[in-house]
Each structure stands twice: as C-alpha cells, then as structure tokens.
Design a protein around this ligand. Structure first.
Ligand SMILES: Nc1ncnc2c1ncn2[C@@H]1O[C@H](COP(=O)(O)OP(=O)(O)OP(=O)(O)O)[C@@H](O)[C@H]1O
Length: 889
C-alpha cells in the first residue's frame, strides 16, 4: 500500500496520481478551526491516512478512528515546545490506493479562512467544535471547542492550561446546562463563566438588548470582573456596561443606551436603575451570580449541575497560617509589630477589621506611626474607594485596611500577606479572607489575632477545616521549633509593652486619634453583640483550654533570647501558681475533721489525681489528629474517663465523708442518670459502635444545612455566606435584622421581605419598589431623547441607542435591518448634518484662535488703533481736521 506524505501548504494538491487533503495551518498556531479538517469526516474508518507535524507523523490505518488519531497528533504538535504548528498535511488513501471518498476528478473542498463569510462557515465551526470536543483527554483549552476569538483572548491573557474547575465547568456550561460551581479561592472561577458566556454571545449585536448579566456582591469585584471581561473577551467585540453603586446614574443610563451585550452590575444599583428606566431585561439569556451563593437556590435554575471541587482541602497548601492569642486592647500594638518586624518590607498586606470605625482608626494610627496604609469600607465614597484600591494595587502603600467588603473575589496580584485583626465569626469567611493570598499557585501567609473571646471561633474554624489546632508549648526553646504553620501561641508581653508605649504617646498627642479610638471601641462592642454565636461545643472546649499555660508563638520564641524566655517563665509560674492544699487544710491542725477528710481523700485518689495531672499535661502539649472531634483537645471518648473520675471522685468524697462523719447525703436524681449513661458509654464496644455523626460532620456542617429542602438545595445552601454589615449598627437574629422600635420599645425583626413591594437599595435600605425620582426622564430630556421607541414596543426598556428629537437624519437607525422577532433597536448614525459640521468647524476655529492667543493680539491691535486715532485727533493738523477727528473719537 503506497502512502505518500507531504509537508508544506497542501490544500487541494494532486500529485503522483493521489489526492491530498491538506490544511495549511501556517498562519495561525493553535487555531482549532483551521486545524481540523472537516474533509476528514468521510475518511473515518475507511482508509489509511498519514499526518505530519514537523518531522513527526501519525498513520491511521483502515478501521482506525481517523479523527481521534489525528487530533491526538495535532495536540502533540501543539504541545511541543517551540512548535509553531506550521505545516500540516494529511493524506488520505483508500484500500486500493485511491483517495477515500474523493476521486481524482472530484474537486476537493477547501478549508474556510477567517475572512470567508460564506453561508457554510457557521456549520463548519460547529463541526470543528464538535470535533475538538471529542478530544477531551488532552485537557487543554483547545479541546473545549472554543471559537477562535475566545481562544485568542485566552492565549493573550497567558492562560496555558485550564485550571481543574475550568476543565470541569466550561464543557457543561457550553452544553447549555445550568451550573453551580464551588471551588477554592483563587482557582480561576471567573474564567469559568466568562468563556462560555463569550462563546454563547459570539459577537456584538446592535439589535437585541443585553443578553448576559453578571451580578457581583461588591463594586470592587464588579470592576475586577469588568477588567477580566475586557481582557479575555478582547477579540470578541462584545460590549459591556458596568452598573455600580456610587457611580453617576446618568452615565449608566447612557451606557445602557449604547446597547451592551453584557451587563456587569451590583444588585442594589441594578434594581435602582431598573426601577428608574422600567427595565425588564427580557433579552437576557445568560445570568451569573458571582460569589452570591445566597441567591441562586431561588434563582430559577433548571436542574442545575453542582460541581464541587477541592472542598475537602479548603486551604491552599501554599498558605501558611499563624494564630496569636492577644487581648483585644493589645491588638493594635501587635499589628504594628507584625507590620514592622514580621512582614517583609517588600510585601503587601491586607488587614481585615470588623467595622469601618476600626478601619478609620487603624489607618490614622498606622499613618501616625509612619506605616504607609490606606483603607476601604462600604460607606466610603466610591471615588475614594477606587483611588485607595488603586494606590494599594500599584504599590504606593504597603497595607490595605478593609472590612469584609474585600473578603470575596478580589484578585490583587503579588499580594503576600493577610492579617485578621478581628477574627472572623464564620469558617467560610476565614477561607474567603485568607483566599486573597496564595492564589493561582503563589504562596502566602495569614496571621490572625485571636482575643480570648474569639477562641471558640478559632475552634469552630478548625472543626470546619477538619484540621488540628496546634498549641504552642510553654517555654518553647527556639531550637525546638518544628514549624510555625497553624500554631496558636502567645505574644511576648515585652513586645506588646514596647509597641503599646509608642502608641500611647501617639494617642496622647492627638485628640482626633483618641476620638477615633473611642468610636472604634464602641463599634467593637456593637460588633461583639451582633456577630453570630460560636457553636456550644466550641464554647465548652475553649473553656477547657488552659490558655494561661499557652506557650509563646514560635514566630516570637525564635526571636527571643533565653533571658526573655526566663523572664516569661517566671511571670508564668507566678500566674499559674496553685496552692497544693485545699481551703479545708489551711491553718488546720492535723486533728481537724476537714483536714482528716481531705487527707483520706487524697490517699484514696492518688492514682486518679496523677492521671488527671498527666492528662492536663498532655492537653497542653495538645497535638490531636484531624480526625479528633475537638482540635487541640482530646476526643470526648478520651475525656470520659476523666469525667467519670470526677464523678467517681464526687462519689468517693461522699463515701469518705460518710466514713469520717458517719452520715450520707442523698444524691439528686439527674446525676445518677448521668452516671448510668457514663457507665453505659464505657461499656460500649468501640468495634461495633457506629457513631451517630459521620467523621466529616463538622466540615460538612459548614457546607450544608438541615431542613426539609431537596438534596440539591441542601448541598448548595452550604455555600451561603452572609457577610455582616461593616457599620455594626444593626443586630441580627438569624437572617433577620433587628431594629429598635421606638413605639414598641424593643428590638423587632425586619427581613425586608414582609412587604414584597419593597426593594433593597445599594446602601442596604428598603424602599418602595415604585420609588422613582424620574432621573431617567430628566436625563432623557437633557439628552433630547424621545420616549417613542419604548412606547412602540410596549416597554420603556431602552433597546438600541437613542433617537434625538428633531435631529433624526436620513442616515439614522430607521434603515437598520431588523432581525425577526428582535425589537426595533436603532443604530445611531455616524453621519453628521451640514449644520452640525459647520457648527463644529466654527467651534474648532474659535478654539484655535484662543489657543494662539488671538484675544491678546486683538486687544493689542485695538489699543494701537486708539493710540493712532488719539494722535491724529490732538496732534498737528488743521483745525478743521482736528474737529473731524475729535468727532470720530
Ligand atoms: N487557566 C489559568 N491559567 C493561569 N492563571 C489563571 C487561569 N485561570 C485563572 N487564572 C488566574 O488566577 C487568578 C485567580 O482567578 P479568579 O479571580 O478567577 O479566582 P476565583 O476562583 O474567582 O477566586 P475567588 O474565589 O477568590 O473569587 C487570577 O489572577 C487569574 O488571572
């Protein structure tokens, strides 16, 4: 069997009696449309084929699935380093040496070029996509069947291969299914919804209204999504409108009149604009709820596919965490120390605080201490927000102080460090905050300042993460530090004192700072009252932790000299001093009854006492595996003997008391029941005991809620993350906001849903849904835009650019072709009328005149002329002339 090969552009070439089916991929590397020969279809399974990529070749024999072999070959060629994918030739031969399906006399179809706009092109693209999709195992963007402009945008952005979540979600969305995707922070979820969106919208359409809507929870995230859309969709030509709270409404009306294909919006302002413009958004066919994981269960998704990735390993491996136990009033001092001494000078840090008042206070304080910083919170003016964020992003300052506004979605390149000044009340919020670092394969560090009342939240977090919390050992020697990741430890008092004294002097010098500090501490009280409570089990376990014996955090102990450690040991030993004798034995003679009882008790229980002390010691060393239900603490099963010992101890006190005093008191009922239960638990055969909670119960609790919802809703409801307002003005009860009712003189619940006719504005206030300030009408009057286009269509939604009254020339939108079923959108003509051109010329002339300094020249000329006239009138000359000149003057 003769097989010929050919390199070089080989479209429709006939040589040596054989037909060559060829595709020239010379001009565009990686263009899947061009690389896939639609003409290969007839070859499938019917002959031998050979393809050559550079020097490498693949031969498909009779019965082979030609397209599979071919695409494997192509992808090999594409993935070869330095490969330019230049010339590809494919030779098809029939069993008898004849080209399959294409006789020598039959003209060969040519592969369409990009410039080709014939009717067959869309079909070809579909086929190309279908072919590309068959080769899924290559796992690249090429195999997703994306069209060329989208693919080019991806390449331009520098994405070489899709991230795992992109690999999973994009094909499903392209198949037209509704999708809910959950993956780690920084795993590239934005591209997951943008790429299929571009693919669906294809190109700009002037006839229809907006076809895609992206809702973002914060303005910063919306701006970022806009940036991604522009970068990734650069070659699609799609138009995007940004509708953000804080920006001018007029600009947004104008943007919507420009006929955008995509609207990126924050929900509050979108509702406001929709009310003003009476927008129906009927043309929207692709909706994205970015980060708004509360909304989507009710968002009308049809049989959505839930894609969850990496939810077990919630924290990135490249992220290092440290927890410092600090008193609330010492946090500012520790923050200052961390920013000055621990964080590297070249690193950028985001500091998360509870309320806007904290942000304002700390920004002033740090600036006074010459630490360059800026801040963002929701109530800040939008322009200031943009400026402050840009300042930080461009490295003009090293610290950005933010509320939870910036916890979600923000992608700040080259960010290295996150500090949780206020520890988050929810595990998921912690993930979002620390997810600002260690993104897209980078490393990062998260430091958390934990006040004693925040320790239960820390335990909750570790239950949620399914990780153990490592407690720093007391008197840790610097050399003994194994690693600092995930350790809870104390901060040396000397560090706090040193920084605090400098802060105090700054505070004394500034009245304003003291005022801000006072406001921040009031806000802290409000915040503490309004934050969600930790789980009861974590509260209980936090109490059991002997925090007084907690060691220095290794980060500090490695920096502190032995002398300092000794000093701390002395302070600790004074702090932890416990008298060996009980109160019954103080000043008691050996013959005293109470002393006798205690001695007898001690003797009887010396083993239990030793075990208890040993247990406490072990707890302090505190290394319990992730499977342990209480991070940093022994499992309940391990606790039980101690509890029983306590119970037994109580029993034996009774016995001894009876023995010595001769009287026995009755024990109350419930305790007897408890003892019985404890005994039963001891007898439980661990091998056959099936715990009523699965091992990952605590972890999954964070991702699911109980209730009578469907399986899907139960799964997705776990993704709910309610951020608390950063103004700490309202208390919350469940999902309800509590507000003080003056008449009822008590807090009352207000979810905003009582009155369905109310809407929530971008500031979070509920207003009547019919609330309208007629801003749109005023804007239209100002812009001289007629109301007719909407009236014609039975809706006032702007479709297509505006018509200006009395100025609609012949070249304007009326002549635009109208797609079947499409509303009457009109494209604003770029042709100008004669008057407009003359007016513009006059304006330009005037401008040039003024720029040349024409006014000055004119007045100088006038002055000269007046001078001449004066001289002419009063100088030499005949009296009659003088009289005439005087008259002229
Ligand atoms: N395929 C890819 N290859 C390389 N980098 C990528 C890829 N996809 C996304 N990135 C980059 O990874 C970073 C994080 O992406 P993105 O912001 O979309 O993450 P995310 O999952 O939405 O994060 P978050 O959950 O915090 O919102 C961005 O800088 C983005 O440019």
């Amino acid at each position: 069997m003769g097989v010929k090969e050919r390199c070089g552009p080989a479209a429709n070439v006939q040589a040596s009696g054989f037909s060559y089916l060829g595709i020239s991929a010379r001009s565009r590397r990686g263009d899947p449309q061009r690389l896939l020969p639609t003409t290969l279809e007839p070859l499938r399974g019917r002959g031998d084929a050979r393809s050559i990529w550079g020097g490498e070749e693949a031969v498909c024999r009779t019965g082979d699935r030609v397209s599979d072999r071919w695409s494997e070959h192509v992808s090999r060629g594409l993935s070869r380093p330095g490969s330019r994918g230049r010339n590809l030739a494919i030779l098809g031969l029939g069993p008898a040496g004849l080209p399959v399906g294409l006789g020598p006399s039959r003209p060969l179809p040519t592969f369409p070029t990009l410039e080709c706009t014939s009717d067959v092109e869309p079909d070809t693209r579909e086929m190309v996509r279908a072919q590309n999709k068959k080769k899924k195992k290559s796992g690249g963007f090429q195999s997703m069947g994306l069209s060329y402009p989208v693919f080019k945008g991806i390449m331009k952005k520098g994405y070489k291969v899709p991230t795992p979540i992109q690999r999973k979600t994009i094909p499903v969305i392209l198949d037209g299914k509704d999708v809910v995707a959950m993956a780690r922070t920084g795993s590239g979820k934005t591209a997951c919804f943008l790429l299929p969106m571009f693919e669906r919208l294809k190109a700009h359409s002037a006839q229809t209204g907006a076809r895609a809507l992206v809702l973002s929870p914060t303005r910063e995230l919306a701006l970022q999504t806009m940036k991604f859309t522009k970068e990734l969709g650069k070659f699609t030509g799609l138009k995007t409108a940004l509708i953000l709270g804080g920006d001018k409404m007029e600009d947004q009306f104008a943007a919507l009149h420009e006929n955008p294909d995509i609207i990126i919006a924050t929900p509050g302002r979108l509702v406001h604009v929709a009310v003003e413009m009476n927008l129906k958004l009927q043309s929207v066919e692709y909706v994205v709820f970015d980060e708004a994981d509360r909304q989507f269960a009710q968002a009308g998704l049809t049989e959505p596919v839930l894609i969850r990735l990496d939810v077990d390993a919630k924290l990135n491996e490249q992220l290092k965490t440290s927890f410092f136990l600090v008193r609330e009033d010492a946090k500012a001092a520790v923050l200052l120390y961390l920013l000055r001494n621990v964080v590297r000078p070249q690193d950028q840090t985001v500091v998360f605080v509870a309320t806007k008042h904290h942000a304002e206070y700390l920004a002033e304080l740090l600036t006074a201490q010459r630490v360059s910083c800026t801040y963002i919170y929701s109530a800040l003016d939008q322009t200031a927000r943009k400026i402050n964020l840009a300042k930080f992003m461009h490295g003009k300052c090293s610290a950005l102080i933010v509320t939870d506004l910036a916890a979600r979605g923000l992608d700040i390149p080259l960010l290295d460090c996150v500090i949780n000044y206020s520890f988050p009340a929810k595990g998921k919020l912690f993930l979002h905050r620390v997810g600002r670092v260690a993104r897209a394969g980078r490393s990062g560090t998260a430091y958390s300042l934990v006040a004693p009342d925040e320790v239960p939240y820390l335990l909750d977090l570790h239950l949620f993460l399914g990780r153990s919390l490592t407690l720093a050992r007391p008197h840790e020697e610097p050399s003994g530090v194994a690693g600092v990741d995930g350790v809870l430890g104390r901060v040396p008092q000397s560090v706090v004192d040193e920084e605090d004294s400098s802060l105090q002097s700054t505070l004394e010098a500034s009245q304003e700072l003291r005022g801000l500090g006072h406001v921040a501490s009031n806000a802290q009280q409000q915040y503490v009252r309004s934050r969600p409570a930790p789980s009861p089990e974590s509260i209980k376990r936090a109490k059991e932790l002997d925090l007084a014996r907690l060691g220095l955090h290794p980060l500090f102990s490695s920096r502190f000299e032995e002398e300092e450690l000794q000093r701390l040991r002395l302070v600790d030993s004074i702090k932890n001093y416990r008298a060996r004798a009980t109160i019954f034995e103080i000043n008691a003679s050996s013959q005293d009854l109470s002393s006798q009882v205690m001695r007898a008790k001690r003797q009887k229980d010396h083993k239990a006492i030793a075990r208890f002390q040993q247990g406490r010691q072990e707890r302090q060393e505190g290394l319990v595996g992730p499977a342990g239900p209480a991070p940093g603490l022994p499992a309940p099963q391990e606790e039980r003997p101690e509890k029983e010992e306590e119970g037994d101890t109580a029993e034996s006190v009774e016995d001894i008391f009876t023995e010595v005093v001769g009287q026995k008191r009755q024990q109350p009922g419930p305790d007897r029941g408890a003892k019985k239960r404890r005994l039963e638990a001891r007898q439980r055969d661990q091998e056959f005991y099936v715990p009523y909670r699965p091992k990952d119960f605590d972890s999954e609790r964070g991702l699911s809620v109980s209730g009578d919802r469907g399986a899907f809703e139960q799964q997705v409801a776990g993704a709910v993350l309610d951020l608390m307002g950063d103004e700490a003005q309202n208390l919350t009860r469940g999902r309800q906001q509590l507000k003080w009712d003056r008449k009822k003189k008590r807090f009352v619940g207000h979810s905003g849903q009582e009155d369905k006719k109310k809407i929530k504005t971008e500031s979070g206030r509920y207003i009547s849904s019919s609330y309208k300030r007629d801003l749109y009408q005023k804007w239209k009057q100002k812009q001289k835009i007629e109301d007719r286009d909407s009236e014609e269509e039975g809706t006032s939604e702007p479709r297509g650019p505006e018509r200006r009254s009395g100025k609609r020339g012949r070249g304007q939108g009326a002549s635009q072709p109208r797609a079947p079923g499409a509303p009457a959108g009109r494209v604003r003509s770029e042709l100008r009328t004669k008057q407009q051109i003359l007016k513009q010329r006059r304006r330009a002339q005037k401008l040039r005149f003024l720029q040349r300094g024409g006014l000055k020249q004119l007045s100088a000329r006038n002055r000269r002329r007046v001078q001449e006239l004066r001289q002419g009138a009063f100088g030499r000359g005949s009296p009659s002339k003088k009289g005439r000149m005087r008259k002229r003057m």
